[in-house]
Ligand binder design. Structure first.
Ligand code: NAI
Length: 405
């Protein structure tokens, strides 16, 4: 068996060997259950899709509780370096240590590797319990900016020396009205940060031939930050994707008929977007949005199609990509072989697509569709579905492999 080769990246283009080495972080809590299940499904799909010609060579890297136990460090430097070196990685959920130096391992990974886009595809699988009448109508991919906005972590506590110093400057030099004793946070949003996210969203829409791309912002209230995001995203659409994009106004002039191969670009105010995704879900496809809006929208959309247990995610930058389950470590279920591995498996599907191994990715999706349609599901879905049979995490994975076609 080959020892594998590194995935490389040059001028933004990935070079994928037939036996790529892919680092994985097993994850804490239910990671011990859902990671082996995910690996089994991904290996099964790659073997079936490529008849043994391609194969992933998995390389374990450490983070979280396992890393802390073995190395005394929650996020060893070698782990970050391995993701940088091997370009593509996948991870299970990680405990956020309470107290101590590190705020969140997930946030640290995103910052250290500059994984500036958080990508969340949200689609429905027939049979999954959902709170809405027609969950199948929602099929979107959310591109959320990952490094700026009020989430940049630039804030000072009420009554702190720093907050008072800043307040003094803002009140006296900038003539801003801020109450005495306020906590103060900063919301930085740059053309650089906004444009590189928009670029990724439009490039995805173009290769996947998906339309429209909707810029979601609160530019009506926050004119320079969120309004800036809107403007810079439109600039990317016009200047870098002008050959394929058509704005809503231009579409009206064309009589409302989008020419084949073109991508409509529009924008919506964030609060209205929450309504629109419930009332007219089929009008939307790719969503490009700043950090905070994206955080809220991702969870709301996931709930609409049956919850976070089914929703995959990826954090992607120009030099590296890390695919991950969107839920946490569910410690009470750890090691019981009962957790639902779908979120991590679907993150693996995103990873296969990122590698260009779409045939294997499609097989996994088929396998999940059939397994859920047969109502053989893990406890979290079984308790909400009528006539369903309860299966373990590993049996569910086995069923997916059998159902791949
Ligand atoms: P959680 O997502 O672990 O659990 C929330 C609820 O969902 C629980 O009832 C849990 O049992 C259930 N659940 C989650 N995943 C499931 C699955 N795959 N199958 C079946 N049921 C599932 O969130 P919680 O309790 O807030 O956090 C627990 C730990 O996870 C914390 O240390 C937190 O910091 C960490 N966390 C890590 C994340 C990551 O690594 N990306 C994301 C969110 C939380």
């Amino acid at each position: 068996m080959s020892n594998g080769e590194k995935v490389t990246i040059k001028d933004g283009k990935l070079n994928i060997p037939d036996h790529p080495i892919i680092p994985f972080i097993e994850g804490d809590g239910i990671g011990i259950d859902i990671w082996p299940a995910t690996q089994h499904v991904l290996d099964g799909a790659v073997a079936k899709a490529f008849g043994g010609k391609k194969k992933i060579v998995w390389k374990e890297i450490l983070a979280g509780e396992k890393a802390n136990k073995l190395t005394g460090n929650w996020l060893p430097d070698e782990t970050v370096q391995a993701i940088r070196d091997y370009v593509v990685a996948i991870k299970g959920p990680l405990t956020t240590p309470v107290g101590g130096g590190i705020r969140s391992i997930n946030v640290a990974l995103r910052q250290l590797l500059d994984l500036y886009a958080c990508i969340r595809p949200v689609r429905y699988f027939e049979g999954v319990p959902s709170p809405v009448k027609e969950p199948q109508k929602l099929n979107v991919v959310i591109f959320r900016e990952n490094t700026e906005d009020v989430y940049a972590g630039i804030e000072w506590a009420a009554g702190s020396v720093e907050a008072e110093k800043l307040r003094n400057f803002l009140v006296h030099d900038m003539k801003a009205k801020i109450r005495d004793g306020s906590a103060i946070g900063i919301k930085p949003m740059s053309p650089f940060g906004s444009k590189r996210l928009a670029r990724m969203a439009f490039a995805y829409a173009k290769t996947q031939q998906r339309s429209p791309v909707t810029i979601v912002h609160k530019g009506n209230i926050m004119k320079f930050t969120e309004g800036g995001f809107r403007q810079w995203s439109y600039e990317v659409a016009a200047e870098e994707f002008g050959d394929v994009t058509v704005t809503e106004n231009a579409l009206k002039e064309m009589g409302g008929q989008l020419p084949p191969g073109k991508i409509l670009v529009n924008d919506r105010i964030a609060d209205a977007m929450f309504q629109m995704l419930l009332l007219r879900p089929t009008d939307y496809n790719i969503i490009c949005t700043p950090n905070l809006n994206g955080d809220y929208l991702s969870d709301a959309c996931a709930a609409q199609v049956g919850g976070l247990g089914m929703a995959p995610g990826a954090n992607i930058g120009d030099e590296a990509a890390c695919f991950e389950a969107t839920h946490g470590t569910a410690p009470v279920h750890a090691g019981k072989n009962k957790a639902n591995p779908t979120s991590l498996i679907l993150s693996g599907v995103m990873m296969l697509e990122h590698l260009g191994w779409n045939k294997a990715a499609d097989m996994v999706v088929k396998g999940i569709e059939r397994t859920i349609a047969q109502k053989t599901v893990t406890y979290d879905l079984e308790r909400q579905m009528s006539g369903a049979s309860l299966v373990s995490c590993s049996q569910y994975a086995e069923n997916i492999v059998k159902n791949m076609g």
